[in-house]
Design a protein around this ligand. Structure first.
Ligand SMILES: Nc1ncnc2c1ncn2[C@@H]1O[C@H](COP(=O)(O)OP(=O)(O)OP(=O)(O)O)[C@@H](O)[C@H]1O
Ligand SMILES: [Mg+2]
Length: 255
């Protein structure tokens, strides 16, 4: 059975899209069939996967509004080795339109049902907000992966996110679980990092993933080449970290 994992944190710039792209590529490199759903109007996961968001004929917006099927909208841009349900700025309109829909939380769940059997893993890159798009992701998902930076404000806002996860669990998606807390742009040399690390361990225990992603310039450069870092700079520290992370998640979630 395929597993759907939503990468969520309403805090901006914590590494959601970067992690979604590089995990998709790392899972694909380990022979998993992967779909990456770009649920952010910024379209960063699409661009980072080599897709020109401005020339899309159809996007996840059409799929959410029931005007196109996921199968007809999914694209793949070689040499990238996973499929993408792409997005662009048009998706901003979906937030408003979804509010007026009878099935406003479950549009993505319905849309994905027709293609799920073709994938081992579906990753959803969420926008930096707890809006109706994120609610759609949490409704469709089996697990939530929360990327964060070990900085002073890292924990702020997490309780709002965990409350939202809990509400969705109690109302529409009883099996939803926190799959892991991922530390990104990690620098273990600073005392602040060690302090935040301790707080995260105390608060999340087992959910704190062992693998951390280091700050690495190749990771930041890769999207401008439309490639995951695992293909742009295979032997960089960032690339290696994402491959180790994929293996940790495969073991932990039996992917
Ligand atoms: N490990 C890393 N090393 C260096 N730079 C990184 C790393 N991870 C992410 N970045 C850079 O940090 C910025 C934010 O990352 P990213 O876009 O993945 O975050 P995000 O959470 O998706 O942001 P948003 O909330 O806007 O969607 C980007 O410029 C990205 O290239
Ligand atoms: Mg993003």
């Amino acid at each position: 059975m395929s597993q759907i994992i939503a990468l969520t944190n309403q805090k901006g710039g914590v590494g959601k899209s970067t992690s979604a792209v590089n995990l998709a590529a790392s899972f694909a490199g380990l022979d998993r069939r992967v779909l990456l759903v770009d649920l952010d109007p910024q379209g960063h996961a699409s661009m980072g996967s080599g897709i020109d968001k401005h020339s899309l004929e159809k996007s996840v917006l059409d799929v959410l509004l029931g005007e196109a099927s996921a199968a007809d909208t999914i694209v793949r841009q070689p040499p990238v080795k996973y499929d993408v349900l792409p997005s662009n700025g048009d998706l901003t309109a979906a937030e408003v339109e979804l509010m007026h829909s009878d099935h406003r939380e479950s549009g993505l769940t319905t849309a994905l049902s027709g293609v799920l059997s073709q994938y081992d893993v579906v990753l959803i890159d969420c926008p930096p907000s707890l809006n109706m798009l994120t609610v759609n992701a949490l409704t469709a998902a089996h697990g939530v992966l929360i990327p964060l930076q070990c900085e002073f404000y890292a924990l702020e806002g997490l309780s709002a996110l965990l409350d939202t996860v809990e509400q969705i669990k109690q109302s529409i998606n009883p099996d939803l679980a926190v799959s892991g807390i991922l530390r990104t742009m990690y620098d273990k040399r600073t005392s602040l990092t060690r302090e935040v690390d301790k707080q995260l361990r105390d608060y999340f225990g087992d959910a704190l993933l062992k693998t951390t992603i280091p700050r690495n310039v190749k990771v930041a450069e890769a999207p401008s080449h439309g490639l995951p870092v695992t293909q742009y700079a295979r032997f960089s520290r960032g690339s290696q970290a994402y491959r180790v992370l994929a293996k940790e998640l495969i073991r932990r979630l039996a992917l």
